[in-house]
Design a protein around this ligand. Sequence first.
Ligand SMILES: Cc1ncc(C[n+]2csc(CCOP(=O)(O)OP(=O)(O)O)c2C)c(N)n1
Ligand SMILES: [Mg+2]
Length: 409
Amino acid sequence: MADLPDAATCYELLARMALIRRFEEEAGRQYQRARAGGFLHLAIGEEATIVGTTSVMRDEDFLIGTYRTHGHAIARGTEPKRVMAELFGRVDGTSGGRGGSMHIFDAEKRFMGGYGIVGGNLPIAAGISLASQYKGEDAVTVCMFGDGASNTGNFGETMNLAALWKLPVLFMVENNLYGMGTSVERHSAQTDLSKKAEGYGISGERIDGMDVVEVREGVAEGIRLAREEQRPTLLEAFTYRYRGHSAADPEVYREREEVEEWQEKDPIEQFAKRCLEADVLGEREVAQAREAAEEAVKAAVEFAEASPEPPLDTMYENLYAQTEPSSGWYAVDERSPEPHRGEDEAEMPAAARELAEAGAAYAGQAEGPRPNPATHGDAQEGVEPRVSAEREVGDEPEDADGSPAEDEG
Ligand SMILES: Cc1ncc(C[n+]2csc(CCOP(=O)(O)OP(=O)(O)O)c2C)c(N)n1
Ligand SMILES: [Mg+2]
């Protein structure tokens, strides 16, 4: 077992893990109250993997994650109140309230998101580390992704280029044993994920993702190899999410007992116990870490509640808008290729309000059947258009087999 670091570091690790645990519990509660919108993926149980990783990164290093990254951003130093405001869709959120849970982003802290496309962050990580290398900077990019993402084409393509170009990047698979409702044994032919990049010239290692100290050591070495020897590596951290894949998951694919077994190895409880037994931290400090988390999360909710929603006439800000005619299907209106009302920057604020109030894309048009790009665009003949339904809390769209609908992150 890896040695405990000094007392101040232990306190910091414990406090960070406690903070993101409390934050996510509260995010789940606020989602049930319909204060947080969109989808919500919680990483409760995975705190040691997250905090162990960020704790050995330098300020100039980059981190990129998935759609399960509230904790990653907070561990990187983004203020919890700004993450909560993002979940609430408010202007003081990390993405101005436009992204929500899956799109936390903080360029200042070099937290590069927040991606809903499984495996989509891998090539971006290669690009970020290529930029650092090209500019002669010392920064390392850490790319965190799920076990399911290791099956994507992006995985192989990224490993190849990272090895070929000797990029300063560390890949970390957060193996929580499932990709949505599918276990690793059912989704990956090679179940030792640390070996999955060997054929590309990237060696790997398995670590206990429930042990914050072991994660720290593994990641510190991976970062050293990336920074000093331009050698990318692949770490596989075993971890577990206590909650469902998303807030809509009925969890028919696992037994209660399995969850409870993992909860016995809880990363925060285990670490607190170890620090107490080794006399590195006292009861008072452990309690203090928990109280500080409680306070910060309470303040985050208050801040998010007080932050205004983005004004309606800013709806088109930060969006790509068509000003010249061009062929193809795009944003606001999918009826025909020429620009439509609301797509011209000059008329945008007023038109945006009008369109939104009247029901967006088809505002002002005669009633009747609407063309759908799934059947009338360049998609295949005979493809049924997807039906989108408004989310009702606790009543998310599900696939026929009871698993959550797959259009989430
Ligand atoms: C390219 C792509 N395919 C499918 C999905 C639907 N989807 C969302 S999450 C997920 C499972 C991913 O599992 P894993 O990589 O293990 O990450 P975890 O959710 O366990 O953190 C899938 C298939 C998606 N968002 N993107
Ligand atoms: Mg997974």
